[in-house]
Design a protein around this ligand. Structure first.
Ligand code: DGP
Length: 114
């Protein structure tokens, strides 16, 4: 898999506002926030998208959702609500080919998104 901008963030080659980090997961503020809280949760392992996941990635997925739970609590949006988004592939406008969960919240969101 080719290196993406997120690999550079993982390797601290470019800056990001990191809000959570473990051996397997990193979370940082989105550079183009669409809401008061907009954070990306990514695996440190290079995984292109959901289609690329294998049975070996179960722990990573679990760790990513554990990160979500901690972050929404820290950001004060656990009870008010938030949206989790995974854009997967071309039609979903996935722009960075490294799996990521958007955490979006801090205001009342609109639906549907398209
Ligand atoms: P997606 O469309 O789901 O692939 O969203 C990718 C997101 O990544 C998009 O909301 C903007 C964000 N992003 C892209 N490049 C950077 C960067 O260099 N730093 C940060 N913090 N976010 C980035």
């Amino acid at each position: 898999m080719s290196e993406t901008i997120f690999s550079k963030i993982i390797n601290k080659e470019i800056p990001a506002t990191i809000v959570y980090e473990t051996d397997t997961v990193l979370a940082f503020k989105d550079i183009n926030p669409v809401a008061p809280v907009h954070i990306l949760v990514i695996p440190k392992k290079e995984i292109k998208n959901v289609n690329s996941l294998t049975g070996d990635d179960k722990d990573i997925l679990s760790n990513m959702f554990e990160a979500v739970k901690i972050i929404v609590e820290e950001q004060g949006i656990k009870e008010s609500g938030y949206r989790l988004v995974i854009n997967n592939g071309k039609d979903a406008l996935q722009s960075v080919e490294h799996l990521h969960i958007h955490i979006i919240g801090g205001k009342e969101l609109k639906w549907p998104p398209c």
